[in-house]
Design a protein around this ligand. Sequence first.
Ligand SMILES: [Zn+2]
Ligand SMILES: [Zn+2]
Length: 265
Amino acid sequence: MKKVDSHTHSEYSADGSVKISDMVSKAIEGGGKYLCITDHLDLDALQEYNNAPTGWTQLDLPAYERDLFSEKDKLDEFYLGFGIEAGYDENTSMEYKKIIDSKPFDAVINSVHFVEGYDVYFPDFFSGRHKNDAYRAYLKKVQKSLDVPYHYDIVGHIGYCVRNACYEDKIMHYEEFEDLLEPILKKIIELGKTLEVNTHHALCPNEEILKKYYAFGGRKISFGSDAHRGDVYKDFDKTVEMLKAIGFSGFTYFKRHKECFEKFD
Ligand SMILES: [Zn+2]
Ligand SMILES: [Zn+2]
């Protein structure tokens, strides 16, 4: 099989640093056939009640689009995708709809980063909170995010809050959060969306959750390295082995929101 990666960040993301052209070179060297850049479009971070990280800047969408399409023009077989990672917030739907409907995106990832005013990537969110309460608040927001009125293809990194959580056992165990995870997974299937398998830090969602998704009938999964430093296709081969053992047969990826499928060997 050829490698596909549906979640990566270039220098146009506030926390990215690598040029699109360099990411493409790495992807081609790494045996890939598809790479979607999904720079952060964080309307959530613009909300006053959300504490955006210091120095956080918004995506320059026209510059990003120009650069991406000029790189795409140089390519032949390799598919360079134009995407965004849309940070969910209750009050940003109409603005996202306008942007998403007006641009020729290949893929839109719907991700939750902010919960109760904090980006749950940072440990501040967890101080003085029990794991159960913190993870539940995150999952409730994920549940709400599935119903947005704008188009999205992929549900991003379920379990994102575990990355820097400060608990002795920070794993999001399925049984502990079954009352929220079960309806979330079933809703993703019902809506026909694709569940992302994100390998950036700890695997998100974890293996227990992926097994349940499969057991409920979920078959659409996308691969996302969430590369911010050019590390596209991170842990690709070992992730494929794990997914095959669960029963999955390939990755779904998107060209102009149309589903494509790359079958596992
Ligand atoms: Zn994200
Ligand atoms: Zn990301």
